[in-house]
Design a protein around this ligand. Structure first.
Ligand code: TXA
Ligand code: MG
Length: 326
């Protein structure tokens, strides 16, 4: 495995990423949301290597990262609503699910046999790589199936270092939560996964209500499976006080009743800023998971704005684990 710093060596990073992807290799790439485990989306063997490296059930379709709207149009049927969303939110943390174009060259493993494709144009080096490669980059989050998504190159190295050819270090991800996934369908906008682009923003922009997934929406976005984002230590949400041997994941300026009794504690955002909290979430969960605590007690986090996505991830992390996770 080679690691290249994209901040100090941007040209070297770009050239090597393109070369490795062209050769069917796996590259861990930084995006503003989380690090992705990337392969050429038209190369079936390369895509299969993603699943193998993650140990991920194959029925989970992958997001295809494109350089721009023009590239998106070569692979997906872009409706007027999809185009409007792309023009407003790309490059950025929004994934749009659209009908897959027939015979467009995307390997069927990427969309797991669905007749739709999830397209996203992230900020930063990934768009440039797709542009040079002249085709989309399939990339799920660069972590072992069922574990927390990586938000630094170090997270990727610790988890998948032996299984990737190249890691591009772009520093810590600015958003720190996976992209918002929407599916514009029959004049309705469905939210398949919450993220930093909020329901409120999408509703205001589209001028119509955004439908949320019904329970059992695992079919709509298979990665939404309940125990997706799970540390090994049990999580206990909305904690009012600390129990014996617990670690504390705090939020905001006001400590819970006996916060001092925690074995160890991190505050997602001492000033109560949900954006700061989102960007710290996975890193703090990972760190607390290593402390041998009886549980990770999580202080209540408001369900407004980005809080919805944070609470969604926390609920999944707290859910009983089953073998069906991603
Ligand atoms: O921020 C992100 O979205 C990161 C970065 C690397 O781009 N990627 C990411 O990928 O989170 P992944 O594979 O961990 O999650 C992709 C989600 C899954 O929930 C998957 O089921 C859903 O996208 N998905 C992919 N294609 C889909 C499709 N055609 N229809 C519905 N859901 C789809
Ligand atoms: Mg993932």
């Amino acid at each position: 495995m080679i690691l290249i710093d994209a901040i100090t060596e941007p040209e070297n990073a770009l050239a090597n990423a393109v070369k490795t992807l062209c050769a069917g290799g796996l590259v861990a790439l930084p995006t503003e949301t989380v690090y992705g485990l990337a392969a050429d989306a038209t190369n079936g063997e390369a895509v299969a290597r993603i699943f193998a490296a993650k140990g991920r059930p194959q029925f989970n379709p992958l997001i295809c990262h494109v350089s721009d709207l023009e590239m998106a149009k070569r692979y997906g049927e872009i409706s007027p609503m999809a185009e409007k969303l792309a023009k407003r939110f790309w490059p950025g943390p929004l994934t749009i699910v659209v009908p897959l174009k027939a015979n467009c060259g995307i390997h069927p493993l990427v969309s797991a046999g669905l007749d739709t494709i999830a397209l996203r144009c992230p900020r930063g080096i990934v768009g440039q790589i797709a542009d040079e490669l002249k085709r989309p980059i399939a990339a799920p989050s660069a972590n072992t199936s069922g574990t927390i998504s990586p938000t630094t190159a170090k997270h990727v190295e610790d988890d998948l270092g032996a299984k990737v050819d190249l890691i591009i270090d772009g520093g810590a991800c600015s958003v720190g939560l996976e992209s918002t996934i929407v599916k514009p369908w029959n004049n309705t906008l469905f939210l398949l996964r919450s993220g930093s682009i909020t329901v409120e923003e999408l509703a205001a922009f589209s001028g119509r209500p955004v439908e949320r997934p019904q329970s059992g929406a695992a079919i709509e976005a298979p990665g939404m499976m309940i125990s997706h984002y799970a540390p090994k230590t049990p999580m206990r949400l909305n904690a009012q006080r600390i129990e014996a041997d617990e670690a504390l994941l705090a939020f905001g300026p006001k400590p819970i009743e006996n916060a001092g009794a925690a074995r160890v504690q991190f505050n997602l955002s001492p000033k109560g800023d949900l954006i700061e909290a989102a960007s710290n979430l996975y890193d703090y969960m990972k760190q607390l998971d290593k402390k041998g605590a009886s549980a990770i007690a999580v202080q209540c986090i408001p369900q407004t704005g980005l809080g919805e996505a944070i609470n969604d991830r926390l609920c999944r992390a707290a859910a009983p684990k089953d073998k069906d996770h991603e």
